[in-house]
Design a protein around this ligand. Structure first.
Ligand code: SF4
Length: 300
């Protein structure tokens, strides 16, 4: 409801909704049925809310919607790249993120805006879901693996340091060994920083819920475990490239690791545990990385 300021309890991170609903009807997803059609918020209200957040001291602000790249389609007003450009022109010491992007709509223009920005993090979450064109079609995703890889190549050509994360669904109805192997191939080709992986689960009321599914839960679990193994190796080897490097981290709280004092995120949203008890939440700190794991970086 416009005109009511959201109650935010903790700094330094904030979510800022820019739009509601989704028009995409991916065949496995219930969101369009429960959240309704896309409704973009007025860009003036979004920018004014962002301006207020920055002046209140928020330092890591995420523009949030199911598919950022549809922003403005329903109103004919400015598109998402333009909204990002205007958001980036706000003065202050803050980082700007957005999620989620849909590969069918993410564009070179979007990556160009990111590359030329002051505040937008060099980080993108671009859910691929599968490496098989046949499964992508059944999922109603409206892109293929080639188009997806071209987008990634372009993003890396203009931002070589960009971190890329994604979502993958294993065991979508009708997924064969060959389809699954194409997903593994894509993982090895793209080399995501990290991946959110899911075993397909039926959502009643969606198209996929009516599709025939001959793969057993045991087979799906085996595929899922192997996929995690592949991704974990990739994540770890990417994290190893951070050893002995200095990264800027926004401190967002106490570390849960008893050997470290604080934790925070890099520009690319990598989790960092830090030894230094003089820091405080909301500080930016330059951290030298001296240890890595699959999931995090550690330093002082
Ligand atoms: Fe929309 Fe995302 Fe659901 Fe697809 S997966 S229908 S883009 S919310």
């Amino acid at each position: 409801i416009e005109g009511i300021t959201p109650l935010r309890k903790e700094q330094p991170c904030a979510w800022l909704s820019i739009m509601y609903g989704c028009n995409n009807y991916c065949s496995y997803c219930i969101v369009p049925y429960v959240r309704g059609r896309e409704r973009s918020r007025d860009p003036k209200l979004i920018l004014s809310e962002l301006d207020t957040l920055v002046s209140e001291g928020y330092k890591d602000i995420t523009l949030l919607v199911q598919n950022v790249n549809s922003y403005g389609n329903d109103t004919g007003d400015i598109d998402f790249s333009e909204l990002l450009k205007r958001a980036d022109s706000i003065e202050g010491d803050f980082r700007l993120r957005f999620m989620t992007s849909h590969p069918k709509d993410a564009s070179r223009k979007l990556f160009d805006v990111m590359a030329n920005s002051r505040h937008i993090c060099r980080s993108v979450h671009l859910p691929v879901q599968s490496g098989s064109d046949r499964i992508l079609k059944l999922m109603n995703r409206k892109y293929d693996a080639e188009k997806y890889c071209e987008l990634i190549d372009y993003a890396r050509s203009v931002m070589p340091d960009i971190t890329i994360t994604s979502d993958v669904i294993v065991g979508f109805p009708g997924e064969t060994e060959d389809d699954y192997n194409k997903t593994i191939e894509l993982l090895n080709k793209v080399r995501f920083d990290s991946l959110f992986t899911f075993i397909y689960s039926k959502r009643p009321g969606t198209k996929a819920a009516l599709m025939e599914d001959a793969t057993t839960p045991q087979e799906k679990q085996i595929r899922f475990d192997k996929l995690l193994e592949v991704q974990n190796q990739i994540s770890r080897s990417i994290n190893e490239t951070y050893l002995n490097r200095k990264v800027r981290v926004l401190i967002d709280g106490k570390s849960e690791d008893p050997n470290y004092d604080f934790k925070g995120r890099t520009n690319g949203f990598k989790l960092v545990h830090i030894k230094n008890d003089r820091l405080k939440t909301g500080d930016f700190a330059d951290v030298t990385i001296d240890r890595v794991s699959t999931w995090a970086l550690f330093g002082r």
